[in-house]
Design a protein around this ligand. Structure first.
Ligand code: ADP
Ligand code: MG
Length: 293
């Protein structure tokens, strides 16, 4: 039978916005020594905005934005929604896009009119045979060093624009991380985003270990590796791309603001996506377990 104090603990958690699925989660949480966090939507608000558009070659910014938004209306990625919102705000009308394709963690492609459009990260565009991607990388650097995500638009195999997309850090994130560090927990950030952006965000937040360009299956493998090294791991994430890692972790912690798949894969859900709930869950579990003993 579930001890009374565990039920009390779960109830207290719920009041603080920490929804705990079962007694076992509360038990394991006490032993957690490593917190793995996703960047986008977990440390950041997950509501990115296009903050700069730099057209390249003969292109002008509005034309590229209209074409890019035409493709991104078919993607559910938060970056895609940022592009679509910006185009709408600038009064641009989307054009019909066909043959849409989405490559998880890399980018999207489609045909708009008779143009072949690709939008995504520099490495992927390079693999697709786009020339002069280094020109885009050079333009990207400045924005990335400020923590912005950069996506590159290529039209008919050449660079058309660099879009800087900013996703502000949640107000609660710095204090959440401070408390986790005070509890003696190691915090590691994993992201599908590029290295310079990841570094800027990690530095700003005082996160000592981070890995960029990480695919969903690599997030999962990373958590598995930590466990094999004897670590007890809590993984915090919000997206479909985090679900495998959430399920693999000793404790999966989903942002309540995230996708249903993430929430289903996790043992803990943080109402409002407030990361301070992780420390609250640790406190709660330590207290509950010491009551039982
Ligand atoms: P994260 O782990 O930060 O949530 P993802 O793994 O979802 O990021 O995406 C990684 C990268 O792939 C993005 O930073 C972006 O460069 C590219 N990307 C993915 N989807 C899209 C899209 N719909 N439009 C443009 N770029 C995209
Ligand atoms: Mg995310």
């Amino acid at each position: 039978a579930t001890p009374m104090s565990v039920m009390v603990g779960v109830g207290r958690g719920a009041k603080e916005g920490v929804l705990i699925k079962n007694a076992e989660v509360l038990e394991v949480m006490e032993k957690v020594d490593t917190i793995v966090v996703d960047k986008t939507g977990t440390l950041t608000q997950g509501r990115p905005e296009v903050t700069a558009i730099e057209a390249l070659g003969d292109w002008n910014a509005n034309d590229v934005l209209a074409i890019a938004a035409s493709v991104e209306t078919q993607s559910e990625h938060p970056l895609a929604q940022a592009v679509v919102r910006r185009a709408r705000a600038d009064g641009l009308k989307p054009i019909e896009a066909i043959d849409f394709n989405s490559i998880t963690g890399r980018g999207v492609r489609a045909r708009v009119g008779n143009q072949e459009v690709m939008i995504g990260n520099a490495d992927w565009l390079e693999q697709q045979g786009i020339a002069n991607v280094d020109e885009g990388r050079a333009k990207a650097g400045l924005y990335q060093s400020e923590g912005a995500t950069v996506v590159i638009v290529a039209i008919d195999q050449s660079l058309a624009a660099v879009l800087a997309i900013t996703d502000p850090i949640k107000e609660s994130t710095p204090s959440a991380l401070k408390t986790l560090h005070e509890l003696g927990l190691k915090v590691i950030m994993l992201t599908g985003d590029a290295q310079p952006t990841a570094r800027a965000v990690a530095t700003k937040l005082g996160i000592d270990e981070f890995h960029a360009g990480v695919s969903p299956s690599e997030k999962h493998d990373f958590v598995r590796k930590l466990k094999a090294e004897g670590k007890t791991v809590a993984m915090c994430g919000d997206g479909i791309n985090d679900a495998p890692a959430l399920a693999e972790a000793n404790v999966g912690i989903a942002m309540g603001t995230g996708t249903g798949v993430a929430i289903e894969s996790a043992g803990v859900t943080l109402v409002g996506g407030d990361l301070r709930g992780v420390a609250a869950a640790c406190h709660l579990s330590r207290k509950t377990m010491s009551n039982i003993r």
